[in-house]
Design a protein. Structure first.
Length: 157
């Protein structure tokens, strides 16, 4: 979706803008030879948490991008609930991360690419908080291509 600013010039939607920031986190993960997934948490149009996959570096299967961003945001807010916040993530969250979003009471989840194998929507959509709004497919091709190319390069190695 394109928006027009007051000067009549085209601009991008807030979801596209913030997904770009999540994509920057994913590219940082790629540079660190991690699965290229990035996440940010936004509250009142301000980024309050960032994260990218750190599972290899930390040798921790729970060190997903969403977990990093949600924890950073909660620390920033000084509390455990993120009721006025949006989680932007480049890949549909897994069950663990969707479950974490429930406990953080995230208002909205916006993701890029759908995850046909491990995405929470394929397994159980009721795992998120009942008030959480879900939007998928934002910059889907870019997000999917990063992950696809990463695994393609790993299979060649």
């Amino acid at each position: 979706m394109r928006y027009i600013n007051f000067e009549g010039e085209p601009t991008i939607s807030p979801d596209d803008f913030f997904m770009n920031e999540a994509l920057n986190e994913a590219k940082q993960a790629l540079a660190e030879d991690e699965i290229p997934i990035g996440a940010i948490v936004v509250c009142k149009a301000k980024i309050i948490g960032r994260g990218h996959n750190l599972t290899e570096r930390l040798n921790d299967v729970s060190a997903h991008a969403e977990m990093q961003a949600l924890t950073a945001a909660a620390n920033y807010m000084g509390g455990k609930y993120l009721q006025d916040c949006t989680l932007y993530v480049t890949l549909e969250p897994c069950v663990m991360c969707a479950g974490a979003s429930y406990w953080f009471q995230v208002a909205r989840i916006v993701f890029g690419a759908y995850d046909q194998r491990m995405g929470f929507g394929r397994l159980n959509q009721k795992i998120t908080h009942p008030k959480t709004e879900i939007t998928g497919g934002i910059r889907e091709n870019e997000c999917a291509e990063l992950v696809r190319n990463f695994f393609k390069s790993k299979r060649k190695s």
